[in-house]
Design a binder for this molecule. Structure first.
Ligand code: IMP
Ligand code: MG
Length: 184
């Protein structure tokens, strides 16, 4: 899927595929430096993190395993419910592991704060966080985000894993939707 396929539904491109790739390459370098001599358990948060997880994992040189969690999503709404529910749990025992949570976007940060403490309760040795995108509200929450791709304005974005009503996840860039899409 590309901008052409979006037609009038695309308002604007916020972050291009090339910008994503360049930034993720830098983040992978930071991760390699920080985790030197260790093994990483990358935990992707379904479904949004699929793209960033796939790209980041291929750019990192440190040995790593990949696992996935699914937590309650926004459904069709564009506002955070603040309710976190495990829909799919990890297959891996995180006890003693150096966990790197990989997220598509941090908005309210509620999902992440809950996830980090949940994994620490299970005995993870460390839990760090990498996210492709971060919105301003995330700064209000008491969670350290170790690797941030891009800080973006407080707008609803789609693409690069992010959806609106399950659509547009397969756009290779991050963009915003034209207002008429929401009123449909
Ligand atoms: P938080 O708990 O408010 O930080 O929400 C995190 C989750 O909300 C993300 O993993 C996304 O699934 C979803 N989300 C937040 N903002 C957006 C957006 O702009 N576009 C699409 N999904 C979003
Ligand atoms: Mg998500």
């Amino acid at each position: 899927m590309d901008a052409h396929d979006m037609g009038a539904d695309l308002e604007k491109v916020l972050i291009t595929q090339q910008q994503l790739n360049e930034r993720l390459t830098q983040m992978a370098g930071e991760i390699d430096r920080d985790y030197a001599g260790r093994d990483i358990l990358m935990v992707g948060v379904l479904k949004g993190a699929v793209m960033v997880m796939a790209d980041l994992a291929r750019l990192v040189h440190t040995p790593l395993q990949m696992d996935w969690m699914a937590v309650s999503s926004y459904g069709k709404s564009t506002k955070s419910s603040g309710v976190v529910r495990i829909l799919k749990d990890l297959d891996t025992d995180v006890a003693g592991r150096d966990v790197l949570i990989v997220e598509d976007i941090i908005d309210s940060g509620l999902t992440l704060a809950w996830l980090q403490s949940n994994l620490l309760e299970r005995g993870a040795a460390s839990v760090r966080i990498a996210t492709a995108l971060r919105k301003p509200d995330a700064l209000k929450v008491d969670v350290t985000v170790d690797y941030v791709g891009f800080d973006i304005p407080n707008e609803f974005v789609i693409g690069y894993g992010l959806d609106y009503a399950e659509k547009y996840r397969n756009l290779p860039f991050v963009g915003t939707l034209a207002p008429h899409v929401y009123s449909n």
